[in-house]
Design a protein around this ligand. Structure first.
Ligand code: FMN
Length: 331
């Protein structure tokens, strides 16, 4: 089990912060699959402190069954500390500092992965945020800015000295973005030198990958991002396999029928409407819809049709008609 300061989790598998994806409806679906710990999308500390609607909307955690970690990005120590306090007051179970985002709009303001190029600034930020909050405080980072500056070891030492409660590592450099392979060996190295829990992340695509990362690196927990989009069953199956490799091995990769996928997509759409209103929900569900039927044989036409609904009624009718006709595996 994974323990992050006062947070005691029932599983060692967590879902990733994904900008544009890990909104409240999606977090709810992931939770229903057994995920014990979920992250918000990254939220701008400046936006929160200046009451910007876009940032405040991302802080949609009121009444959400804990634990949810709110992830902040920014580059100004005072602003990040103030934002961390705001997030704590909103009821976040923990606050996470983004030290890995390579997006231009984030790094050109010295936030995200740019912090990996500035140890003194990163230190000031972590120190002030730590002083500002009593809830658990975590950081999520990449291995460094580029191949020639893999600074993760120094960063981990600094984070620990400043009182961080857990560290998540996606072992790619910022310049790599998503190219090449995540260097899992580095997760193992960091785990060996760290005294706080280490969550490994990067390229987990199957339940067996999750188990393999835990076994190879001895990390405390694993985080799944891209592969869980449209496939929340991956989280469920990884949680089961990791909890009991012997018992669950046979069941962990049971294929999910198209009917089941569409039923969960329907529930996801319902949640979207509840939290975002119909018009916005029907737009935002599209990227999930494509992912839910990704890799499914004969789903090309269905994928195209799932892009069309502008009302929930149309969406629901489409899903139910397809549930009846499209699944070759159904009795
Ligand atoms: C669309 C997208 C959005 C992301 N948004 C965030 C984010 O807001 N905060 C963050 O720390 N990482 C973010 N990431 C990185 C993921 O959390 C994760 O570290 C990365 O995708 C590697 O894990 P994976 O191979 O399981 O996807 C994002 C990645 C993607 C693809």
């Amino acid at each position: 089990m994974l323990h992050i300061a006062s947070l005691n989790l029932g599983t060692r598998v967590v879902s990733a912060p994904l900008s544009g994806i890990s909104d409240r409806p999606t977090r709810n679906i992931w939770r229903q699959m057994g995920c014990d710990l979920v992250y918000t999308e990254m939220v701008s500390a400046d936006g929160l402190v200046h009451n910007r609607k876009k940032s405040l909307d991302l802080l949609d955690i009121d009444g959400e069954q804990p634990p949810v970690i709110v992830q902040l990005f920014g580059a100004r120590p005072n602003t990040l500390a103030e934002a961390a306090r705001i997030v704590q007051d909103f009821g976040a179970a923990a606050v996470d500092l983004n030290m890995g985002c390579p997006a231009k709009k984030v790094v050109r303001n010295n936030g995200g992965a740019a912090l990996l190029r500035d140890l003194p600034l990163a230190t000031r930020i972590v120190r002030q945020m730590r002083k500002a909050i009593i809830v658990p405080f975590t950081a999520k980072l990449r291995s460094g800015w580029n191949h020639d500056s893999v600074v993760v070891r120094e960063m981990v030492n600094m984070l620990q000295d400043e009182g961080i409660d857990a560290i998540c590592l996606h072992p790619r450099t910022a310049i790599q973005r998503f190219g090449g392979k995540a260097n899992w060996a580095l997760i193992g190295e960091v785990k060996a030198l760290a005294s706080v829990p280490i969550i490994g992340n990067g390229d987990i695509r199957t339940p067996h990958d999750a188990l393999r990362m835990l076994q190879q690196t001895r990390c405390d927990g694993v985080m799944i991002g891209r592969a869980a989009v449209g496939n929340p069953w991956l989280l469920r199956d990884a949680i089961r396999l990791v909890a009991d490799p012997d018992y669950a091995r046979a069941f962990a990769v049971s294929p999910v029928s198209l009917r089941e996928r569409l039923e969960v997509l329907y529930a996801h759409g319902q949640q979207m409407v509840r939290h975002k209103g119909e018009a916005r929900a029907m737009k935002e569900i599209r990227k999930h819809s494509i992912a839910y039927v990704r890799d499914f044989p004969n789903a090309k036409v269905l994928r195209a049709r799932l892009m069309k609904p502008t009302t929930f009624d149309e969406f629901a009718r489409l899903i139910y008609s397809k549930c009846l006709f499209f699944d070759p595996g159904e009795p």
